[in-house]
Design a protein around this ligand. Structure first.
Ligand SMILES: *Cc1c(COP(=O)(O)O)cnc(C)c1O
Length: 360
């Protein structure tokens, strides 16, 4: 039997049998008419869980963040954002292209934080030379890091003091929530505590939560009404989309607390990598492990792993992501392959396994 250990991203998860059954059984309606009971239930449920008045189901996290930024900012306004943040770097410049909203990117430290002094200095005075600074965007988790509550609190307090709104790109909010639970609180309670610092929060269900598609934007009734109009303009008004909202609802029931298993697997991987000469674990938090590979051997390692049924990516160093469809045996297989690779001298080509061969 060939089983691919796909550690490229937590977006690769397949809906479970239980999730598919929930999708198949979901009552549906035309959501552009507001008639889909499953969508309405998800929106009301997540808004209440995270402490907001309203929520809106979105096809993607990118559209969700776009609608949030355009609902907070008008033409000629600007948002402050980390220069490596998804809402600046990885969303096609959508806020600028589609909303004439200018980003003000700032340097982040290794934990993804922009210095409070930098944020304060970037907020423009009310002067006709400047764009109007309207919004601060944060991201949590950032590169797998769960942001300290104290930072979220201080950054949002600073922004609000200056009249800015604060948006959270919480694509992996529930991973952050599980990693920063306080005094035995539930994952959902922890998520609500994180969300309490923000005026709007976008959450992805298509990553560690295991749904095939979907994100949700939460905020005030007024903000969500504006976002609703922008979503329609962006082509995100969908019809019997309760089929997908049912997967997200199912994930809220079954896939929040279990994110701790993914985090434990990431630690298993990171611990197994300790002491292998030729690589260094740069960061291993929540469900993401970043590894630096010496001597430019990263691409060869990726090819070696691929030949043995293990997939990873090499965007910034190498990245391994654990999720619903990986187990301890898969992680141990990946570790064995990595050890075998570094047991070979750097200049020895390792014959790739024949394509399609049974590997694991
Ligand atoms: C995945 C992700 C998004 C949204 O991505 P989509 O592929 O559009 O759903 C936004 N922000 C972060 C940090 C992400 O990881």
């Amino acid at each position: 039997m060939t089983k691919i250990i796909d550690l490229r991203s937590d977006t690769v998860t397949q809906p479970t049998a239980g999730m598919r059954a929930a999708m198949a059984a979901a009552p549906l309606g035309d959501d552009v008419f507001g008639d889909d009971p499953t969508v309405n239930a998800l929106q009301e449920r997540l808004a209440a869980l995270l402490g907001f008045e309203a929520a809106l189901f979105m096809p993607t996290g990118t559209q969700s963040n776009l609608c949030a930024i355009l609902a907070h900012c008008g033409r000629g306004d600007e948002y402050i954002v980390g220069q490596l943040a998804h809402t600046y770097r990885y969303e096609g410049g959508g806020a600028a292209v589609l909303g004439s909203v200018q980003p003000q990117p700032l340097v982040q430290d290794a934990g993804g934080q922009m210095a409070l002094a930098d944020i304060a200095a970037a907020i423009k005075p009310d002067d006709c030379h400047f764009a109007r600074t309207r919004l601060l965007c944060l991201e949590n988790t950032w590169n797998g890091h769960s942001m300290p509550d104290s930072y979220l609190q201080q950054a949002s307090a600073l922004a609000r003091e200056k009249g800015l709104a604060v948006h959270l790109d919480g694509a992996r909010l529930f991973n952050a929530a599980i990693a920063s639970r306080q005094n035995g609180e539930s994952g959902l309670a922890s998520a609500k505590r994180i969300a309490s610092h923000f005026d709007s929060v976008s959450v992805c269900f298509s990553k560690g939560m295991g749904a095939p598609v979907g994100s949700v934007l939460c905020g005030s009734k007024e903000l969500i009404a504006r976002a609703h109009r922008i979503r329609k303009m962006a082509g995100g008004g969908m019809r019997q989309v309760g089929l997908l909202a049912a997967a997200a609802n199912y994930a809220l029931d079954h896939h929040v607390e279990r994110l701790a298993d993914d985090h434990a697997l990431a630690q298993r991987l990171a611990q197994g990598l300790q002491g292998i000469a030729g690589l260094t674990v740069r960061s291993a938090q929540t469900n993401i492990v970043f590894v630096d590979v010496a001597d430019g051997r990263g691409p060869d390692l990726l090819a070696h792993l691929k030949a043995h049924g293990v997939l990873a990516t090499g965007l910034i160093g190498l990245r391994f992501v654990t999720h619903l469809d990986v187990d301890a045996a898969g992680i141990d297989h990946a570790l064995a392959c990595i050890r075998a690779f570094f047991a070979q001298p750097a200049n020895t080509a390792i014959a790739p396994a024949a394509r399609g061969a049974a590997v694991y």
